[in-house]
Design a protein around this ligand. Structure first.
Ligand code: HEC
Ligand code: HEC
Length: 392
């Protein structure tokens, strides 16, 4: 019966689409918006298990906006096996930027509705252990992290969380490369071993309740998401604010190497640090006037490594990070024909030690270095890829 009704509303929505594009303000009319959203998402925006439509009331505005854009642009809900996504996708396809603005404002006025707890066969204790991986993006309390693009999980209906985990793992969601955040989450879901583990995770998320401090409140205080998040964790610690500061100071722990070689044995990253995966960095030409493909063009390994690290430093700083935030590094070196095709490891180290293990920058990353057959350009010898974890 619900399915039939859905079909009916779908037609209504498509009919109003004409108004939406010619006169965006139409959607301000609550009656139109009602048909658009509440038919499926529940009369109070609490979600509707009958058609797998999630709770929208209380959703973070930035996340709501992104999902509407993803659906509209065909980056979500277009996989042939994604039956629930396909119900939503046409609803968003017809939205203009203005109507998305209006909807985000409108949904922002709805009162938060408590999450529905339906799951009976999940082991929350096991879920707590598994959730440690999730916390780095979704927050220790499942409160979400705008800086990481990861929405709040706490407070969402459990049946919906479970469907989404299955959809991510199966590749029905996060399948488009342009869907940067979705593909990130897809990777994470692929690492969840099976459905029982998903249920355990969701059972644990059910225990978190609604996060103490919502994003909107942070925005009202005019602070950025990162600071907001830190504020939230202090708030959660309540009167033990000092203890919380101490805990976050330990969020990145460097386990030293037993010898003197300037890399870490391991780096441990706690749940409150935000982890960022950076693409590989390659050198700029040392001598752009030289002919491409000649040794003078990129220079030797040391020259190239210096160029890579100089570029990396500027790039990290532009993102509000520093070389000291690098926790893992992978180094790709190509053999130099001038050295009988061997990689010039010591040349590389001469450049590396100018940036790591110095007095100004003592933090050492965990690191691997390998020789590869080739990189994107002839006589390019160095590419370096890093992962950073931002200490809060
Ligand atoms: C025909 C029923 C239907 C209508 C009408 C509808 N939705 Fe949905 N919506 C769904 C379903 C089903 C899903 C779950 C999609 C999935 O499983 O990926 C969904 C998902 C969403 C999501 C993703 C939430 C998340 O946590 O990722 C958002 C946001 C959303 N809808 C907003 C809206 C808004 C705003 C409207 C009104 C413009 C609307 N929907 C109208 C059925 C509908
Ligand atoms: C690397 C960061 C990262 C990690 C780690 C991560 N996620 Fe996510 N997750 C995201 C992002 C980003 C999104 C939003 C994707 C989008 O915009 O479509 C997301 C979305 C989700 C959603 C969909 C929520 C909704 O409302 O539709 C669920 C459920 C989820 N994650 C659960 C988990 C669980 C459980 C774990 C741990 C096993 C986890 N995530 C680990 C980044 C992460």
């Amino acid at each position: 019966m619900i399915k039939k009704k859905t079909g009916f509303w779908l037609q209504v929505a498509l009919a109003t689409a004409v108004c939406a594009s010619t006169q965006a303000a139409e959607i301000d009319n609550v009656e139109v918006s009602d048909r658009f959203c509440l038919t499926c998402h529940g009369t109070d925006g609490q979600g509707n298990i009958g058609i797998d439509a999630p709770r929208l009331a209380g959703m973070e505005p930035w996340y709501l906006r992104r999902q509407l854009e993803l659906f509209r642009d065909g980056l979500r809900g277009t996989h042939p096996e994604d039956l629930t996504g396909q119900e939503m996708q046409p609803m968003a396809e017809i939205l203009s930027d203005e109507s998305i603005d209006d909807i985000v404002d409108w949904v922002g006025t709805w009162e938060y509705q408590p999450a529905e707890i339906t799951l009976t066969d999940g082991d929350a204790e096991r879920g707590r252990t598994l959730y440690q991986t999730c916390a780095s993006c979704h927050g220790a309390q499942g409160q979400g992290n705008e800086g990481m693009g990861a929405p709040a999980l706490a407070g969402q209906n459990d049946w919906y969380l479970l469907t989404q985990l299955k959809n991510f793992k199966a590749g029905y969601r996060g399948y488009e490369r342009q869907d940067q955040y979705g593909s990130q989450m897809r990777m994470m879901a692929q690492a969840i071993p099976n459905e029982q583990a998903m249920k355990d995770l969701v059972a644990y998320i059910n225990t978190l309740g609604r996060p103490a401090q919502s994003n909107e409140e942070n925005e009202d205080m005019g602070i950025t998401s990162r600071v907001g998040q830190a504020a939230a964790s202090v708030a959660l610690a309540g009167s033990m604010a000092m203890a919380s500061t101490q805990a976050s100071a330990q969020d990145v722990i460097i386990h030293p190497n037993s010898g003197t070689f300037p890399i870490a044995n391991a780096v441990e990253v706690g749940p409150e640090a935000s982890i960022i995966f950076h693409s590989g960095v390659t050198p700029s030409p040392a001598n752009p006037n030289a002919e491409r493909g000649t040794p003078a063009y990129y220079g030797d390994t040391e020259t190239q490594a210096l160029s890579v690290f100089t570029k990396m430093k500027a790039d990290l700083e532009a993102k509000g990070l520093s070389m000291g935030d690098v926790v893992k590094m992978t180094v790709f070196l190509v053999g130099d024909p001038a050295l009988d095709g061997q990689m010039d490891f010591s040349g590389f180290m001469n450049a590396y030690t100018q940036f790591w293990g110095t007095d100004e920058q003592p933090n050492l990353p965990a690191r691997s270095a390998v020789q590869v057959a080739g990189l994107v350009a002839p006589l390019m010898f160095v590419e370096v890829e890093v992962i950073t974890a931002k200490r809060r």
